[in-house]
Design a protein around this ligand. Structure first.
Ligand code: FAD
Length: 276
């Protein structure tokens, strides 16, 4: 079934080195040929990548590419935040992914600004200029007190004026469908786009998943382990698993897919081409 009418987007992180930046320029040029709805670029915990993120956004905007910066208050004050918002607007940015962000160790509790407060702040300062995306957690945010509390706070940030949400990655489609049901019951009717993480390196994936609360089903672990040191087999097996997941999500009504590309063209491109 064709899914060309759905929304597809690709996420990057801002590189720290010149070589990383050169690779990313090539990645966005290749992926842009697929005509995605937009790209997005992450923001380091506590604003630690502010300049790198801004640099990527500026360069992509100069090439006329639709790119959404991720944004969180981090340690910034309101003046710094309004300046950044105005700079993004001047560059022609029309979409922002608004987050509380991960809290770096050592940052005082007084600095925490939840995503709903950031959404409210952006709406107060920039009106309706930006489309605002927020984060969603089908497997529930790791700091959440309960499933219902997480849905409550998720609704709060959408009600504050966000237009849509992008999920943390997950490998179990039921987690997404259950979450959509719970959201619908709670009166949430804005689009929730699944975020998809291609599988390329199991050790890194397992480490990151433990940190962000994404569950890796046993059968996936065993299938990937079965590939041993054969990196090509890992990538092929990972691709099959993620294509199947993406197809299930789209067939079940997901409004599109957001790819966590890890700054690589493949396997996101291959997965995209298999499902669109
Ligand atoms: P919030 O929605 O503010 O929620 C954080 C936690 O607090 C949840 O447990 C929630 O239930 C609870 N909560 C929410 N509001 C309140 C409230 N008002 N009072 C009390 N409790 C509340 N991290 C980065 O550092 N940089 C990025 O660029 C980045 N991009 C991401 C993109 C996507 C699509 C996703 C899914 C995640 C991203 N993250 C990023 C990770 C994210 O920053 C972390 O998961 C972070 O811990 C939570 O951010 P949030 O915006 O979801 O927080």
């Amino acid at each position: 079934m064709s899914h060309s009418d759905k929304r597809f987007s690709f996420e990057f992180f801002p590189p720290k080195t010149e070589a990383g930046h050169a690779k990313l320029e090539k990645t966005w040029a290749d992926l842009n040929a697929l005509n995605p709805a937009f790209f997005s670029c992450t923001y380091g915990a506590g604003g630690s990548t502010r300049d790198n993120t801004f640099g990527v956004i500026k360069q992509m905007r100069e090439q006329g590419i639709s790119i959404a910066p991720h944004l969180s208050f981090g340690g910034d004050d309101e003046a710094a935040m309004t300046e950044l918002l105005d700079s993004y607007k001047a560059l022609g940015v029309d979409r922002i992914v608004a987050l509380r962000g991960d809290i770096p160790s050592g940052m005082g509790a007084a600095k925490i600004v939840y995503a709903n407060e950031l959404v409210e702040f952006i709406r107060n300062h920039s009106g309706d200029h930006f489309e605002l995306e927020v984060a969603a957690y089908p497997e529930i945010h790791p700091e959440s007190k309960s499933y219902d509390a997480d849905i409550h706070y998720f609704k709060q940030k959408l009600d504050a004026g966000a237009n849509a949400a992008i999920t943390q990655y997950f490998f179990n489609p039921d987690a997404y469908f259950q979450f959509i049901d719970a959201c619908t019951k709670a009166g949430i009717n804005k689009p929730i786009y699944p975020g998809i993480m291609p599988i390329t390196n199991f050790t890194n994936l397992a480490r990151f998943s433990a940190h962000c609360g994404a569950e890796i089903p046993r059968w996936i672990k065993y299938k990937i382990e079965n590939c041993g040191d054969d990196q090509e087999a890992v990538i092929e097996t990972g691709k099959e698993i993620v294509i199947r997941l993406s197809e299930q999500l789209l067939a079940g009504g997901a409004p599109g897919i957001h790819f966590y590309t890890m700054n690589q063209v493949e396997p996101s491109k291959a997965i995209y081409q298999a499902i669109v």
